[in-house]
Design a protein around this ligand. Structure first.
Ligand SMILES: [Cu+2]
Length: 205
């Protein structure tokens, strides 16, 4: 009798254990299904968003070479277009740490040793020199902060800019000039000193 009770209890315990286990397994399976459904939903949403928005296109590039005796700096620039908005990203490496004025100059010619061949600031509207977000020169890009490791970057976007239409607002064919000193935004050129880097914005190859 005692044996029957004990084995009965044991059996019950086993059954109960199995039942709990089954319940738990069921929950896990349910969770997995929910996760899969969630993933599918997110993927579908992403695809829809990508179709609605314009994707970013590279519409220009530039390689910035050292000038005026600076021999260590190198730079690259990308001109991008998203939904008609043109942005210019400039990245420098091996540059002197500190703040440096950066401008687009009007002539796409960096051949001179001091980059004087790039001419003056690109200023088709005849504005005063200033900060990039003011009604300043179309080529006013502000200052880039170069860190102790010699690296720095800026991204500037201007609603007036175009890329490749040949108009007087076209960024292609302009020279990116990287200066030795900070641009203090005073007219006419911001006292940014010598031109230690120069590169022409060209159509992507
Ligand atoms: Cu300049």
């Amino acid at each position: 009798m005692r044996f029957a009770t004990v084995s009965g209890l044991f059996g019950c315990a086993l059954l109960f254990g199995c039942w709990i286990e089954e319940m738990e397994t069921g929950t896990v399976e349910e969770d997995t299904r929910t996760l899969e459904e969630d993933t599918r939903a997110v993927e579908e949403e992403d695809t829809e968003t990508a179709e609605e928005e314009d994707t970013e296109r590279i519409v220009g590039t530039a390689s910035i070479a050292p000038k005026s005796g600076d021999t260590t700096l190198v730079g690259t620039a990308f001109l991008t277009e998203v939904a008609g908005e043109i942005a210019l990203t400039i990245e420098m490496d091996g540059a002197p740490p500190g703040k440096h004025g950066v401008h687009l100059h009007q002539s796409g010619d960096c051949s001179a040793a001091d980059a004087s061949s790039a001419g003056g600031h690109w200023n088709p509207e005849g504005h005063m020199h200033g900060m990039p977000d003011m009604s300043s020169h179309l080529g006013d890009l502000g200052n880039m902060i170069v860190r102790e490791d010699g690296k720095g970057a800026i991204t500037i976007s201007k609603p007036e800019w175009t890329a490749g239409d040949g108009s007087d607002h076209d960024v292609l064919g302009k020279a990116i000039v990287f200066h030795a000193n900070v641009d203090d935004f005073s007219d006419p050129v911001g006292n940014a000193g010598s031109r230690i880097g120069c590169g022409v914005v060209e159509p992507p190859r």
